[in-house]
Design a protein around this ligand. Structure first.
Ligand code: SAH
Ligand code: AVI
Length: 312
């Protein structure tokens, strides 16, 4: 927080949105009429589930990064009958809620929740079946291209196959509405970051003197969310003091949108070959099927390729 607020363009990593309140607000966002992403990804997953299951392979271990409430996962669990499901999330509340719900829904399923930050190396339990990484929701769009590259390089060492949900580039008006919803839930989600800093770090942000601001940056291909200071003011976090000019902002999130080709290029740089990309009927969202390309047998083994998998 201190480092981010000390930058010339104040900036905080979006992973801090997700305390209990933030996770609940995100769940509400997913149900908003303007937030098409969740509905589009659910629709395309239903539509192409047979092909998705053929790609992933039945009986695998399914690792889901940024699992949240695991909303789309039941579709995969039914189709894949995985040997184990490993949801990975930074939000303990979301992880607990999803594990309890899926445990009731699929009593035969082994669920191994992993609490952690996927921007750092994650320790996973030992694999007992070929692994498939599932990263839905376009959470990859919240990473910078460098972070996305590092993340994909990490998952390549964990699983040979990967399914990634990515929001497609589209009309800026549609994007603008999705991040400026009429019920102001996205604004509450954004402002909760400041409320969380107040709660957990004893800061004195006055929430009424900051406003949610989100816009599409066409050259960067991303939505930017900011918290704009409505007045000239100082904010304290412990012994640190941060000065804000009126109109100055904290950049709180980027949400990159990728064309199919653009995302394939990013994945290829991290050592993945594109196998397929399924989209919804309206062409809003894509689910990419990627296969790791290994340069030698040692690399292949670390990625637990089904063709080379051994449980020893
Ligand atoms: N996959 C769900 C939720 C997406 S919201 C869906 O498709 O709807 C993004 C999720 O990623 C949240 O649950 C958040 O807690 C988690 N998350 C964000 N950054 C993270 C990080 N660095 N490490 C682990 N989890 C993270
Ligand atoms: C989790 N992530 C993909 C969401 C997104 O669309 O970038 C977070 C979000 N931010 C504002 N609304 C939703």
């Amino acid at each position: 927080m201190i480092a981010g607020l000390s930058l010339p363009q104040k900036s905080l990593p979006p992973k801090y949105f997700y305390d209990d309140a933030g996770s609940r607000l995100f769940e509400r966002i997913c149900r908003l009429p303007e937030y098409y992403l969740t509905r589009a990804e659910l629709a395309l997953t239903r539509r192409h589930i047979a092909a998705i299951a053929r790609f992933a392979g039945k009986g695998c271990e399914l690792i889901e990064y940024g699992s949240g409430e695991s909303l789309k996962t039941p579709l995969l669990i039914r189709a894949l009958r995985p040997a184990a499901y490993l949801p990975v999330d930074i939000s303990r509340a979301a992880l607990r809620g999803a594990a309890e719900r899926l445990g009731r829904q699929f009593p035969w399923l082994e669920i191994v929740p992993v609490h952690g930050d996927f921007l750092r190396p994650i320790e996973l339990p030992r694999a007992r079946a070929p692994r498939v990484v599932y990263f839905p929701g376009s959470t990859i769009g919240n990473l910078t291209p460098d972070e996305a590259h590092a993340f994909l390089s990490m998952t390549r060492g964990q699983a040979a196959r990967m399914l990634v949900g990515v929001d497609l580039r589209k009309d800026a008006a549609v994007l603008h509405a999705a991040y400026n919803d009429s019920r102001h839930v996205t604004a509450a989600f954004n402002l909760n970051l400041l409320a969380r800093i107040n709660r957990e770090l004893g800061a004195d942000f006055d929430l009424w003197s900051f406003a949610h601001y989100a816009f599409y940056h066409p050259a960067e291909g991303r939505i930017e969310m900011h918290l704009v200071s409505l007045a000239r003011q100082n904010v304290r976090i412990g012994p640190h003091r941060f000065a804000f000019e009126a109109g100055e902002s904290i950049h709180s999130e980027s949400s990159y949108k990728y064309s199919i080709e653009g995302f394939r290029e990013l994945a290829a740089r991290a050592g993945y070959a594109a196998q397929n990309a399924w989209t919804d009927g309206k062409g809003l969202f894509a689910l990419h099927a990627l296969k790791a390309v290994y340069r030698n047998e040692r690399q292949k083994k670390s990625g637990s390729d089904p063709d080379s998998f051994s449980s020893s």
